[in-house]
Design a protein around this ligand. Structure first.
Ligand code: AMP
Length: 213
């Protein structure tokens, strides 16, 4: 099953991608994680990521296509954070078509903008295992420590308020048009992103199962 998770920053894509990946036994491919890893050794990429601007389409498209070549994607994948522009979406379509494949579901997690800034600024991540917390809706049992591995929690540089505003602006301009792009391809599954993690997850599974997989 080939799934794309679409939605603004802070919609909960990363959290849901992890749950889906576990349930369906297919890998999640997280564009932002790959780019944050590259940013450690590539100043150019670092500047894009830390300022909330999109890295050039050809750069990220090349990275993702290479990742999709790997064996573990044979039964499918969950893409989180890619595509993020019409050009990327078209490149992905072409790539899949050339392999006789297509997307099964583009899950659009829809959420009111005013919730996003709040969610993003209270997000914390484990520096050791990458688990995602939210100080308001999903806090760790012990302050600043990961429940799973005890690692230290940190705030992403681009989750600070000024950068969050820029990311939302980029989302509106570059990524929102993908909603109609995928609607026209009849693969768009829109679900409300408000509520608890488990509630949102149940909506996603429902919509996937009801469209067949
Ligand atoms: P995310 O973790 O998905 O919020 O992504 C963090 C940052 O990585 C974004 O603000 C962009 O700078 C960069 N990024 C992630 N995915 C893409 C993409 N598909 N195209 C271009 N830049 C991306």
């Amino acid at each position: 099953m080939r799934i794309v998770l679409l939605g603004p920053p802070g919609a909960g894509k990363g959290t849901q991608a992890k749950l889906l990946s576990e349930q369906y036994g297919i890998p999640m491919i997280v564009a932002g994680d790959i780019l944050r890893e590259r940013a450690k050794v590539d100043e150019g990429i670092k500047r894009y990521v830390e300022s909330g601007r999109l890295v050039p389409d050809e750069v990220i498209t090349g990275i993702i296509e290479k990742r999709l070549e790997e064996d573990d994607t044979r039964e499918g994948f969950i893409l989180d954070g890619f595509p993020r522009s019409l050009e990327q979406a078209r490149a992905l379509q072409e790539y899949l078509e050339s392999r006789g494949q297509k997307l099964d579901h583009v899950v659009f997690i829809d959420i009111p903008e005013e919730l996003l800034v709040k969610r993003l600024s209270s997000r914390r991540i484990c520096e050791n295992c990458g688990a995602i917390y939210n100080l308001i809706t999903n806090p760790p049992a012990e302050d600043e420590r990961c429940d799973i591995c005890g690692g230290r929690l940190y705030q992403r540089e681009d989750d600070k308020e000024e950068v969050v505003r820029k990311r939302l602006e980029v989302y509106k301009k570059e990524t929102e048009p993908l909603v109609s792009f995928y609607e026209e391809l009849s693969v768009l599954r829109k679900i409300p992103g408000n509520g608890a993690v488990e509630e949102v997850y149940a909506r996603i599974v429902d919509v996937i199962e009801s469209h067949g997989n």
